[in-house]
Write a protein that binds this ligand. Structure first.
Ligand code: SF4
Length: 89
């Protein structure tokens, strides 16, 4: 029995989400009411969790502008953005 393989699930539960500044997250207020299925938005990122969370970035903490919205907004974006083909048009 390998000790290393036993440790994997335990370590996975310890994974912490990234801070917004670390991920270079920002919210683009000017696109708040636009179609989030098109362009680079959290809304059509594979990590986005509707309605306002992200699987890998925290809700809390300041973004790159020093603002704390306490959510991951559909009109947000960060450096880790990956396209979600099911949402993109
Ligand atoms: S772009 Fe994706 S990874 Fe980055 S905060 Fe938004 S949903 Fe999360």
């Amino acid at each position: 029995m390998s000790k290393d393989s036993q440790n994997i699930p335990q370590d996975a539960t310890k994974l912490k989400k990234l801070a917004k500044v670390t991920a270079r997250y920002m919210e683009m207020e000017e696109f708040k009411d636009s179609d989030h299925h098109t362009g680079y938005f959290c809304y059509n990122c594979i990590y986005f969790m509707k309605p306002n969370h992200c699987a890998i970035v925290t809700d809390e903490g300041p973004d790159v502008y020093g603002q704390s919205s306490d959510e991951i907004a559909p009109h947000g974006i960060c450096a880790l953005w990956e396209p979600n083909k099911e949402e993109m048009r």
